[in-house]
Design a protein around this ligand. Structure first.
Ligand SMILES: *[C@@H]1O[C@H](CO)[C@@H](O)[C@H](O)[C@H]1NC(C)=O
Ligand SMILES: *[C@@H]1O[C@H](CO)[C@@H](O)[C@H](O)[C@H]1NC(C)=O
Ligand SMILES: *[C@@H]1O[C@H](CO)[C@@H](O)[C@H](O)[C@H]1NC(C)=O
Ligand SMILES: *[C@@H]1O[C@H](CO)[C@@H](O)[C@H](O)[C@H]1NC(C)=O
Length: 343
């Protein structure tokens, strides 16, 4: 009797195990769903180049330049039928330079990807694109493919860093090309410059800086006004990553709330204008910090652990799609792209 009992239990155990194994391999619907095996040969078709600036795609670009295997990047329209992902950069749709290929039969598994690095206000009305795209690639953290203007990477090897030499009279600078009197940042500049010296470069002040001059010029100042032209979730641009962090000037940021910045960079790597009740309080703080050697140096401590990394080559951004491909939903449609964009 006892023997039967034991073999019965063993059988029940084995049957249960087999059931769960089948479930795991075949999925809940009881049929073979391919996604269990990651796709390793992905074809990404760029329908046209962002801002009409083509780059070379000869050879295996993703592998040769970025060591990303099995990722085929092309801009050849004849590849449409076999493309896994087709990429559309928003600027050219908005300006009507390009149209979506609605006339072509769209393979059922193919993903159309909406790409933009602009703020919602710049993107404009997106309702014509509701129900068109499957994936998004933007600077927003909740995009399918998160593509920030920059990121911090843990430092490899020694943790040395130097703070660029500052001239005591050079307090703050700002580079601006599109000056609009109704923006929040413009009003703040107008009141700040009455309290502390703020040097302005760029097209608007007729002191343009070439790309070679940009970082060396900013690095002589204690602070850089990293003021975004639009206030929107996660919209933190090269004004922080390149003009401040890479130049070695402490950023005074105006953009999304402090907690949004802190999700991406250390809390003590920037000064947020919202931390002050008035422009006078901000000006006072900056003036005192510039003459407090230790207090100022504390804003550079994070350089010991991190390096700044900018992604500026569109090819690198596109190759990154393949790295994310197998982690993204196989079936998805943006039925309300406009709402999503403005959220
Ligand atoms: C990868 O996909 C391309 C088409 O997208 C095809 O021509 C090629 O033969 C595939 N390579 C492998 C190893 O499957
Ligand atoms: C595009 O690909 C087709 C074959 O898929 C090839 O015949 C054609 O030459 C390619 N065009 C360019 C511009 O490379
Ligand atoms: C800012 O204003 C709030 C309320 O008006 C006050 O409680 C706070 O102490 C002020 N902060 C500073 C730094 O002055
Ligand atoms: C992609 O979006 C289109 C348009 O809404 C839809 O018909 C298609 O089923 C979607 N494809 C996938 C794989 O999600």
């Amino acid at each position: 009797m006892r023997m039967i009992n034991v073999s019965l239990r063993v059988s029940i155990f084995l049957l249960t195990l087999i059931y769960f194994l089948c479930h795991w391999v075949l999925g809940p619907k009881g049929r073979w769903d391919a996604p269990l095996l990651p796709q390793t040969n992905i074809s990404v078709l760029l329908w046209y180049w962002p801002f009409s600036q083509p780059l070379g795609l000869d050879g295996d670009v993703c592998w040769d330049l970025y060591a990303i295997p099995g990722c085929h990047l092309t801009d050849n329209h004849t590849r449409f039928p076999e493309a896994n992902v087709v990429v559309f950069h928003h600027h050219e749709l908005k300006t009507r330079r390009w149209r979506l290929p609605h006339h072509l039969p769209r393979p059922p598994a193919q993903k159309w990807l909406w790409l933009t690095l602009e703020s919602p206000a710049t993107n404009g009305n997106l309702t014509p694109y509701d129900g068109v795209f499957n994936w998004t690639m933007t600077y927003r953290r909740d995009a399918d493919i998160f593509m920030p203007y920059g990121e911090l990477e843990a430092k490899r090897g020694g943790g040395g860093y130097t703070i660029p030499k500052k001239e005591s009279r050079l307090l703050a600078c700002w580079v601006v090309s599109n000056y609009r009197s109704r923006q929040k940042r413009t009003r703040m500049y107008q009141s700040l410059k009455k309290l502390i010296p703020v040097e302005v470069y760029g097209r608007w002040s007729r002191k343009p800086l070439s790309s070679q001059e940009l970082l060396p010029t900013i690095s002589r100042y204690h602070f850089y006004l990293a003021w975004e032209n639009a206030i929107s979730a996660d919209y933190i641009t090269e004004k922080l990553w390149r003009n401040s962090f890479l130049a070695g000037a402490v950023p005074v940021v105006l953009g999304p709330p402090r907690h949004n910045y802190e999700a991406l960079v250390p809390a003590h790597s920037f000064i947020h204008v919202d931390d002050f009740n008035s422009t006078a309080a901000l000006a006072d703080f900056l003036r005192r910090l510039a003459s407090d050697k230790e207090g100022y140096a504390a804003y550079f401590e994070w350089h010991r652990d991190y390096d700044v990394r900018l992604r500026t080559d569109w090819r690198e951004r596109l190759c990154h799609i393949c790295e994310r491909y197998n982690h993204l939903p196989a079936h998805k449609v943006y039925n309300h792209l406009d709402t999503w964009n403005r959220w």
